[in-house]
Design a protein around this ligand. Structure first.
Ligand SMILES: *Cc1c(COP(=O)(O)O)cnc(C)c1O
Length: 476
């Protein structure tokens, strides 16, 4: 580069304009209006430093010093830095509740409520009847009790926090009996034995990985036992020669010894999913009815709400939990409550749930919607991917995700992209996957079996035009 610059075109360090001159140049006006003086000065200093270095190396061209050129570089750098890091993406992974992509999507009612809570004062901890101080849990605990049949309820930041709080409040320096078949690790380093330790409780494992009997629990109960606990095997299934003890039986054994039985239900659904053609999952109400004294579950898995950890159960236990100092540390903010309340309201009208609750609408989206969409978008993607790739509309299976029903799969439809030419397909698929990921709204699929799979279940009709628009031109 340096030796290609002839004498007349080459700039010296002394030719570089001063910061003040640039700041007063008309060309810098748009950058100043968009980003403010502080950021523009910092960006200009960085640019001038780089120019000085290159001038000394003899590789700086005069036209690069034009105010318009400096302004263009400065604006580009500042625009890039101003781009939000948290961005919308298309989730075509086939996993509806994808933990890495933000899990449940909020229904419109919840979004409106969050917006209101963000922009206006609200009675978060203010009792409008008495004019006195209120408890933020009051906003949703009635609803939670109504929907689960529990006596009392409270809410914290996520289900991991709910389990930690429950164990610390009810089993500090005492023992908690759990089946070896239920010592689950959830993605992102939630492990029952570790949480137990942090909560100050001592884990007493009973049974074996594949078989735990009622007598195993019963024999483990001693003077230091605080509770019997069951944990939902959220992301794995134990099959074959297996035996586990149901909630009703564990609860009966606990109650016979004057102990509580608790259940970490994980995904925790509030309705019988089979009425929507989905696989059976024990509901929170069924778990309470079976005798569980306390149940914990997530707000943003099958429930379809914001990130939250819900605890429901016996009033005396919930009272104890609410008095624990960890409750204050793990409490939810107003945005969570603002989002949660309208979502819980939707459950009062199960007739409309599959339409109004976004998570359920996606999970129950019929093949007769998804398949024609795949056929419509096949040509769009083929054109965008270019002649090196073959795109087909094919049946595939979606997963619920987030540890709900790990082995059940939902029939879906989507696009399978394969490399059309010779050579190792992996490299070409990686390249296409990268190009899709770099779009203004990144498209996230998954590579398996020498194909890139884009499951269209989560691309709802209202988003299809925008999706196609960014694929209008060939990608490469
Ligand atoms: C998902 C899950 C958790 C963790 O819940 P978060 O809301 O992600 O904190 C804990 N226990 C079980 C059984 C789970 O499935």
């Amino acid at each position: 580069m340096a030796d290609q610059l002839s004498g007349a075109g080459r700039a010296a360090a002394s030719d570089i304009p001063s910061l003040d001159r640039l700041l007063n140049a008309e060309a810098l006006r748009p950058a100043l209006d968009a980003h403010g003086r502080t950021q523009v000065v910092a960006a200009l200093r960085r640019d001038l430093d780089a120019l000085r270095k290159r001038a000394l190396d003899g590789g700086l061209a005069r036209h690069e010093l034009e105010p318009a050129a400096v302004a263009a570089r400065t604006s580009a750098a500042l625009d890039k830095a101003a781009q939000p890091r948290l961005r919308a993406v298309y989730n075509l992974t086939g996993t509806v509740l994808h933990t890495n992509l933000g899990r449940a999507l909020l229904p419109d009612e919840a979004v409106a409520s969050v917006l209101r809570a963000l922009t206006t004062p609200a009675n978060l901890e203010f009792d409008l009847d008495s004019g006195g101080r209120g408890d933020r849990d009051d906003l949703i605990d009635d609803l939670l009790c109504e929907l689960t049949g529990a006596e009392a309820a409270t809410v914290v930041n996520n289900n991991a926090a709910a389990v930690l709080l429950m164990l610390n409040a009810l089993a500090d320096r005492r023992e908690v009996v759990v089946s070896r078949g239920e010592l689950v690790e959830i993605g992102g380093a939630f492990r029952i034995p570790d949480i137990m330790k942090r909560a100050g409780a001592r884990l007493v494992e009973v049974g074996t990985t594949n078989r735990t009997h009622a007598a195993d629990y019963d024999n483990a109960i001693g003077p230091r036992t605080a509770m019997l606990m069951k944990v939902h095997c959220s992301n794995y299934a134990v099959t074959g020669f297996t035996k586990s003890v149901g909630v009703a039986e564990v609860a009966a054994m606990a109650h016979a010894r004057g102990l509580p039985a608790t259940v970490d239900l994980g995904s925790g659904t509030l309705v019988d999913l089979t009425q929507f053609g989905l696989p059976k999952e024990d509901t929170v109400r069924e778990t309470i009815a079976a005798g569980a004294d306390l149940v914990t579950f997530s707000g943003d898995k099958l429930l379809g709400g914001p990130q939250a950890g819900l605890l429901v159960g016996r009033a005396d236990l919930i009272r104890k939990i609410k008095k624990n100092p960890l409750k204050r540390a793990l409490r939810v903010g107003k945005l969570t409550l603002a989002a949660l309340e309208p979502v819980l309201h939707l459950y009062r009208a199960p007739e409309f749930l599959a339409q109004r609750l976004t998570t359920l609408r996606l999970l129950t989206r019929p093949l007769r919607d998804i398949q024609p969409q795949a056929e419509r978008l096949r040509g769009v993607l083929a054109h965008a991917a270019g002649p090196g790739y073959a795109v087909e509309a094919v049946p595939m299976y979606s997963q619920i995700g987030s540890g709900a029903l790990p082995i059940d799969q939902l029939p879906s439809y989507g696009l399978a992209v394969r490399h059309a030419g010779s050579g190792r397909p992996g490299r070409h698929l990686d390249r296409l996957e990268t190009l899709l990921r770099r779009l203004p709204v990144p498209v996230i699929g998954r590579i398996a079996d020498d194909a890139l799979w884009l499951d269209l279940r989560c691309l709802e009709a209202r988003d299809e035009a925008d999706f196609s628009a960014q694929l209008a031109e060939p990608l490469a």
